[in-house]
Design a protein around this ligand. Structure first.
Ligand SMILES: Nc1nc2c(ncn2[C@@H]2O[C@H](COP(=O)(O)OP(=O)(O)O)[C@@H](O)[C@H]2O)c(=O)[nH]1
Ligand SMILES: [Mg+2]
Length: 325
């Protein structure tokens, strides 16, 4: 089939058509100039979709819950996007054939667009690719975009950076995420789903999570929901908890948070670029290599080396005492 032009892609995305959306996401993932053009045109049309992040350790049931939530929200006649950032187990058609929820059915439904990220390289990094894919799905008229990430802090894609509501998925018998919450390593999510609720330890985990939440000072207590994703149990409660949080946010707070997020995102990507530039320059520059060697040999102090590197790479003049890092 002939390659679509930028105009055709823009029209196709606006119309919510599957093939142009898929193509557009591939273009941004690959850092293609056409992808850049598309985002430039479509960005002003975004801000309509509600982004719901599903985060948690591998195997807790994020993808299965996402699938159940897709079924639930489609039944409410919403247009849905799903981005799954899980390099270890991509969200594919064949996967996750639960008894009641067949993901393959969603792949045939024009009202749902599902994309797995992370299986291949991304020019600007996975976080950037995820943000861009979410923007394209937003421009495509999706009412809700679910973003699945494996995240307990180690992940490159911090779900908080893209989601309006963050759902932390836990499962009984695995306490690592609860420990991370307790230790303050993980930020308090907006909703907590304890999945696999048929497990004998589900009640224990619920108690543990409640006790942990009682310890801290929290702006808004997360709603805790017990689910059995494979059976589709607790999904309406989970969705209601997401809607409750959305209601609590209200239009004003949501707009404020999104503004702060977008600014932080631009800054994060710009910083990443600057870092890459710096690393490349230092690697290619014998003089800078020599400076690093002198620091290692204790002939030159570290701050003088920093000053020389920053001046050379970024043309920034600093006095030695300035913090430039
Ligand atoms: N028993 C039970 N198994 C589940 C449930 N939800 C998911 N699973 C299974 O747990 C495994 C991991 O699920 P998946 O959705 O891929 O987890 P993810 O890695 O968090 O995305 C799969 O074998 C699922 O079928 C549940 O509610 N109950
Ligand atoms: Mg998954």
């Amino acid at each position: 089939m002939a390659e679509l032009t930028v105009d055709q892609l823009v029209d196709g995305v606006r119309a919510g058509k599957r093939r142009p959306i898929a193509r557009a996401i591939s273009l941004v993932e690959n850092g293609d100039p056409k992808g850049y053009e598309l985002l430039k045109i479509l960005y002003p049309e975004t801000g309509e979709a509600y982004a719901v992040g599903l985060t948690g350790s591998p195997g807790v049931g994020k993808s299965t819950l996402a699938s159940a939530l897709v079924a639930h929200t489609r039944a409410l006649d919403m247009q849905i996007g799903v981005i799954s950032v899980d390099p270890s187990s991509p969200f594919t058609q064949g996967a996750l054939l639960g008894d009641r929820i067949r993901l393959a059915d969603h792949f045939l439904d024009e009202g749902v667009f599902i994309r797995s990220m992370g299986a291949r390289g991304h020019l600007g990094g996975l976080a950037q690719a995820t943000l861009e894919a979410a923007l394209l799905l937003d421009a495509a008229g999706k009412d809700v975009v679910f973003i699945e990430t494996v995240g307990t802090g180690q992940s490159e894609v911090e779900v908080r950076r893209v989601a309006d509501t963050v759902v932390l998925v836990l499962m009984p018998g695995s306490g690592d995420a609860v420990q991370a919450l307790k230790a303050g390593i993980m930020e308090i999510p907006n909703v907590i789903a304890i999945n696999k609720r048929n497990h004998p330890q589900a009640k224990t985990m619920l108690t543990e999570v409640r006790q942990m939440l009682a310890l801290g000072e929290i702006e808004r207590m997360p709603t805790i929901v017990l689910t059995e994703a494979l059976e589709g149990h607790g999904i309406d409660e989970l969705w209601a908890a997401v809607e409750d949080h959305r209601e609590w946010l209200g239009a004003e707070r949501l707009a404020e948070r999104r503004k702060a997020r977008m600014a932080a995102e631009v800054f994060a990507i710009a910083s990443e670029r600057a870092k890459e530039h710096l690393e490349r320059q230092v690697a290619d520059d014998l003089e800078l290599q020599r400076l690093l060697g002198e620091v290692q040999d204790r002939k030159l102090d570290p701050l003088s080396a920093v000053r020389a590197i920053v001046e050379r790479v970024f043309n920034i003049r600093t006095n030695g005492a300035d913090r430039v890092g």
